[in-house]
Design a protein around this ligand. Sequence first.
Ligand code: PMP
Length: 290
Amino acid sequence: MKIYIDGTFYPEADAKISVFDHGLLYGDGIFEGIRFYNGRVFRLEEHLDRLFDSARAINLAIPMTKQELTEATLNTIRTNELRDGYVRLIITRGVGNLGLSPDRCNKPTVIIISGAIALYPEEMYEIGLNVITCSTRRIAPAALSPTVKSLNYLNNVIAKIEANQAGAAEGIMLNEQGFVAECTGDNVFALKRGTLLTPTIASGALRGITREVVIEMAADMGIPLREMQMTTYDLYTADECFLTGTAAEVIAMVRLDGRTIGDGKPGEVTRKFVERFRVLTQSSGTAIYE
Ligand code: PMP
């Protein structure tokens, strides 16, 4: 696999950055995870918009235009001759010194890595996920907005470890007030008496691209949607729950904190979203090869 770093492609073994890069020293940087299916990149523009928003929010000037980054992304996939996979864009503050201040970081580092994606095994989509509520709270927006997709994922990593140690595949993260924010790497939805519920972005969720797609699909399907402050009660008592994310796509959550959600199987509406999402990813997106 060839890795893009600042305009040059390197073999994996030679794809290296400085130990003085503030992306490593301080998690100072941003990223995007993007999928491509059947030779097309899914929602590339939306991902790049979010990347540039993340950059602006942390006062980082990406040293490329959106168009240049689009081309670099497509070129990375082309160079690796891939049609289905995952592409990770990383922009770090760049090489500086050991000091916290980015004053000495003259140029952000741009890294693009493409490859295969480790999805949940197919049987997880058939049976649904067992999830716990993590004791680790989602970082407060006043500390670092969860809408910034930053390289500072330690909050999520700790919560993910907690979920995994409890034998769960994902973990629900609450905000400081105790309202549901999102999962460690996914957004969450509940279906209750025909209405789709999801936490507001202000609850401490990433503005998930898959979340936005599900909201659009719900409108197409005539399913009413409420973005609201939610507690675990809303998830425990839902008829169906599912998680959304670029890597996970749409996947049912059938158990939470030892409670069975609905009848304990992926629900009918969840299955429709899973199916529609798969059709959409196979049939839309930015063409890589023509
Ligand atoms: N929340 C967090 C914390 C995430 O890391 C992700 C994955 N990017 C998501 C939600 C889902 O967002 P998306 O649908 O854009 O992948």
